[in-house]
Design a protein around this ligand. Structure first.
Ligand SMILES: Nc1nc2c(ncn2[C@@H]2O[C@H](COP(=O)(O)OP(=O)(O)OP(=O)(O)O)[C@@H](O)[C@H]2O)c(=O)[nH]1
Ligand SMILES: [Mg+2]
Length: 205
């Protein structure tokens, strides 16, 4: 907090005005959580919203479920505006609608440790949807979820290896990809990964 005040005081009024506008947007952060079926999208949003008091199990999500809530991130409380959508292929057309209507600044793309080809198809669909539309998306936080399940048998890097090629294609769209892992169920690394990414990208939107 002290550091932010110091930086703001050192800036001209015009720069402060600009940053003020950015902060306003930042407070109402628009993100979308996408990914194939059953990877934990609803659980992840629930974890962010309830601070650990999650409903389990969730039914598979159908159609669109707009959400707005306060998440208590490292930066402090932040309003998250999003929609919970399903990951079943029949639900993917809704991704196109939520992307064009919400124009999220970032996308959290969840996978789990199983079925890489399924996640690659979903990534491919997302990339095609983003490239054909006016968009604001600046980053994808690519999260390998269910860390509590896979961490004893495999490593994060081994899982990630399957996705290097597909993730590299987002470079052409000038979308940064940050890869990490978490457990939506236990809450491990859910807030810290999002906080870190948001603090890196605040100046770009
Ligand atoms: N062990 C473990 N299970 C998880 C984790 N995250 C989600 N799950 C479980 O995975 C299952 C599917 O979770 P959902 O949150 O419904 O997945 P989803 O991506 O929203 O699924 P769709 O809406 O069908 O696309 C549930 O049984 C969750 O409890 C996790 O981090 N660890
Ligand atoms: Mg769901």
């Amino acid at each position: 907090m002290t550091e932010s005040v110091f930086v703001l005081e050192a800036l001209s009024w015009l720069e402060r005005l600009r940053i003020g506008r950015l902060l306003k947007k930042y407070r109402g952060c628009k993100i979308l959580v996408l990914g194939s079926k059953g990877v934990g999208k609803s659980t992840y949003l629930d974890q962010l919203e309830t601070d650990g008091i999650i409903t389990d199990p969730h039914s598979p999500t159908i159609a669109r479920n707009p959400k707005k809530f306060q998440a208590y991130l490292d930066q402090g409380p932040m309003t998250i505006k999003t929609e919970d959508v399903g990951g079943e292929t029949s639900q993917w057309p809704h991704w196109i609608d939520v992307l064009s209507e919400n124009k999220p600044v970032g996308i959290i793309f969840l996978i789990d440790h199983r079925f890489p080809s399924r996640h690659i198809s979903a990534l491919n669909f997302l990339r095609t949807s983003l490239s054909s539309r006016k968009r604001r998306c600046k980053f994808i936080l690519f999260l390998v979820n269910k860390y509590d399940v896979w961490h004893k048998d495999t490593s994060f890097n081994d899982i990630l290896e399957n996705y290097h090629e597909e993730l590299g294609k987002f470079r052409h769209l000038k979308i940064a990809v940050i890869s990490d892992y978490c457990s939506a169920k236990t809450g491990e690394r859910v807030k810290s990964t999002l906080s870190t990414v948001l603090s890196r990208f605040i100046w770009y939107y």
